[in-house]
Design a protein around this ligand. Structure first.
Ligand code: ADP
Ligand code: MG
Length: 345
């Protein structure tokens, strides 16, 4: 069931020439984690602020938990929307202890607010130090406090702006997994913003990708990566090779050799074969494969990227396992086990 629904949301700031958010419509299902991705300036933060009620759209409708919260000039004020927000810089109150920070938003709620605040801090993995002030905590701990403060009032939806961007790489992998577990444990619906595709692919149930304020695609991570709706989405999730190919009856002629493919005869003119580095395989022996010269090998620990050049100096990049040893300038063979075919002109 959908808990949040956006319909044709447009937002332009003051005298700006272009819209920050353009005709954006999507639904978020109850209990799901949605990642909002896009380059800097693509409208991610604006979209979160529109949902939270910190900005008002020029037009469009937003419904939350069956209630219309934005329509035309009408809107439900932020504090009545029951939206939890974790800001990019955490925005903790510096002069309040972490317990006071979390208790602040629930002070008027029924029961025992302080106990609820303590329980929520424990839930996010903070078990002591309740009397410390934010500046006495690490970045990762401050973020947990911000998360506890956002979820303690039991919001209908949790919004997080770039929750992983201030964490260093080693901490990030761990925090990503922990935050996902906390959110799943509470069953809360969440939207988080990130410009890092790794964050989105590994943490979200679904991903929405924005470009210049327009929603490009919203789908499960695997589909976004494997069946992108346009070249922008495809390239956002990692570079693709583009190899020119001339079709014939039984395959494609390329500058690295011939690829047998009965699909080729469907095409009349030159095409582009689009493939990711992991969709190729470097092989030892000559055969029905492509060949070229290895011009560069880059080692990444978990894998290597091998750049292979044709006679004219045009290069493709193929991924291999990290254990293989290559000599640069060596002639090598490779094949493609997957590619998309696109009309070149
Ligand atoms: P993102 O979070 O994806 O980086 P933003 O939503 O912050 O993108 O910004 C989208 C566009 O709106 C950008 O062009 C940005 O410069 C502009 N913008 C954002 N906030 C404001 C503001 N308060 N006033 C004017 N323009 C803004
Ligand atoms: Mg932003």
């Amino acid at each position: 069931m959908s808990i949040l629904s956006l319909r044709r949301i447009n937002k332009k700031y003051g005298q700006a020439k272009v819209f920050a958010v353009n005709e954006v419509s999507f639904d978020v299902e109850e209990g799901e984690i949605l990642a909002l991705v896009g380059e800097s300036g693509s409208g991610k933060t604006t979209l979160l602020r529109l949902i939270a009620g910190l900005e008002h759209p020029d037009d469009g409708t937003i419904s939350l938990a069956g209630q219309v919260i934005v329509q035309g000039k009408e809107s439900v004020p932020p504090h009545d929307r029951k939206v939890g927000m974790v800001f990019q810089d955490y925005a903790l109150f510096p002069h309040l202890t972490i317990l006071e920070n979390v208790t602040f938003g629930i002070a008027k709620s029924k029961g025992n607010p302080e106990q609820l605040a303590k329980d929520t801090l424990k839930l996010v993995g903070l078990t002591e130090d309740f009397k410390k002030y934010p500046h006495q905590l690490s970045g990762g701990q401050q973020q947990r406090v911000a998360l506890a403060r956002a979820i303690a009032p039991n919001p209908r939806i949790l919004l997080m702006d770039e929750p992983f961007s201030n964490l260093d790489a080693m901490l990030k992998d761990q925090v990503r997994e922990e935050i996902r577990q906390i959110i799943k444990k509470t069953g809360i619906t969440a939207i988080f913003v990130t410009h890092d595709t790794k964050d989105a692919l590994s943490t979200a149930d679904r991903i929405a990708i924005l470009h210049k304020g327009y929603l490009q695609q919203i789908d499960i991570p695997k589909n976004l990566y494997e069946t992108p709706v346009n070249p922008y989405v495809a390239n956002f999730f990692g570079k693709r090779n583009e190899l020119l190919a001339t079709p014939s009856e039984d395959g494609f002629y390329t500058s690295f050799g011939f690829i047998t493919d009965l699909e080729a005869k469907k095409y009349k003119r030159q095409v582009k074969l689009l493939f990711r580095p992991e969709h190729g395989e470097v092989v030892q022996r000559e055969g029905q494969q492509l060949s070229g010269k290895i011009v560069k090998v880059s080692y990444f620990g978990s894998h290597q990227l091998v750049k292979i050049s044709d006679d004219e100096g045009f290069r493709v990049t193929i991924r291999t396992n990290p254990g293989r040893i290559f000599d640069e300038v060596e002639r090598t063979f490779f094949y493609l086990w997957k590619y998309d075919i696109e009309e070149a002109f």
